[in-house]
Ligand binder design. Structure first.
Ligand SMILES: NC(=O)c1ccc[n+]([C@@H]2O[C@H](COP(=O)([O-])OP(=O)(O)OC[C@H]3O[C@@H](n4cnc5c(N)ncnc54)[C@H](OP(=O)(O)O)[C@@H]3O)[C@@H](O)[C@H]2O)c1
Length: 278
């Protein structure tokens, strides 16, 4: 049995869909059963803040796909529950984890990865570059103002479609032995800037979408005004400042080598989601 956490999220929902379609025995962990993914999978309700619910979810599970907002205490609770319940292998979706990063989210990912390595579980780390799906959060601003505000400068990003992260995760959880102890870097097929994003959106929507370059402080304030929690807006603004300096300009061929399929381009992502921007 494979347990997928975060099964209502960007990666978790698609991983559950793929595993269900491939008829792998799969259990999806959700907080709210009414939002559970459909398909040929078991649903279990649980909360990362309630270890008793995690233990129930882990029963009879051999492999866990750990996807969550990566709050260290919560992911550490999932890892500890997996150890208690005799899980064999954990696949963790991660980002650019680093113990000395200025971005607290990345320091948190490093703490979680260290805990997983020391847990005794067999594991695989999937360190992903920024998801194309984050662009969907720009849709309301684009619709309202004809453009978007961003502090990424002309920094290039190996942006990856979360569907490809999910496809890679599904391939790894179904062949854990092949991937034990490995760390993969998941990216799209090319480096793109936010100017490229504006151009792709302009082409797809048939009108100009403007990229308005701004600094981290103004960007942080705009995110908070748009409803992003302060701590997340702070981490995001830090991360975009680093992107402007070239921090996300990395590519890898791991998606294709694991799934056998080339990752989706930005153009494909935009074409598939054009309705969300109109
Ligand atoms: N976004 C990116 O660009 C990006 C890039 C690289 C790596 N990553 C990594 O990917 C991971 C997930 O990020 P994401 O953006 O894919 O997340 P996401 O789509 O927001 O999904 C988070 C999932 O966690 C669930 N969840 C939240 N709190 C929970 C709780 N207390 N108990 C049970 N479930 C809970 C959410 O459920 P609800 O629907 O109930 O809220 C949702 O299903 C993180 O490790 C992140 O660092 C993200």
């Amino acid at each position: 049995m494979i347990l997928v956490t975060g099964a209502t999220g960007k990666v978790g929902s698609e991983a559950v869909r793929l595993l269900g379609a491939q008829r792998h025995p799969t259990r999806a962990l959700v907080r709210d059963a009414s939002r559970a993914p459909r398909g040929d999978v078991e649903i279990v309700t649980g909360d990362f803040d309630r270890p008793d619910t995690l233990d129930v979810a882990m029963r009879g599970v051999e492999t866990v796909l750990l996807v969550s907002p990566a709050v260290p205490a919560q992911e550490i609770a999932v890892i500890d529950s997996a150890v208690r319940e005799g899980v064999r292998h954990m696949v963790k979706v991660s980002s650019k984890a680093s113990a000395d990063s200025p971005v607290d989210r990345r320091r948190g990912q490093a703490r979680i990865e260290t805990h997983l390595r020391a847990s005794g579980l067999s594991y695989t780390l999937l360190r992903a570059n920024a998801y194309m799906q984050n662009l969907l959060a720009l849709a309301p601003m684009i619709e309202r103002t004809g453009g978007f505000l961003m502090s990424a400068g002309d920094g290039r990003v190996g942006m990856v479609d979360a569907r490809d992260v999910a496809a890679t995760a599904a391939a790894v959880v179904t062949a854990p032995g092949t991937h034990a102890g490995r760390t993969y870097r998941l990216t799209g097929p090319g480096l793109v800037t936010y100017a490229d994003v504006a151009e792709e959106l302009s082409d797809a929507l048939g009108h100009t979408v403007e990229y308005r370059r701004t600094g981290p402080a103004e960007h942080r304030a705009a995110m908070i005004q748009a409803g992003v929690p302060e701590a997340v807006a702070t981490s995001n603004a830090q991360a975009f400042g680093l992107i402007a300096e070239g921090d996300a300009a990395w590519l890898s061929e791991d998606v294709e080598s694991i799934t056998g399929t080339a990752p989706r381009t930005l153009r494909t992502f935009v074409a598939d989601h054009v309705a969300a921007f109109t």
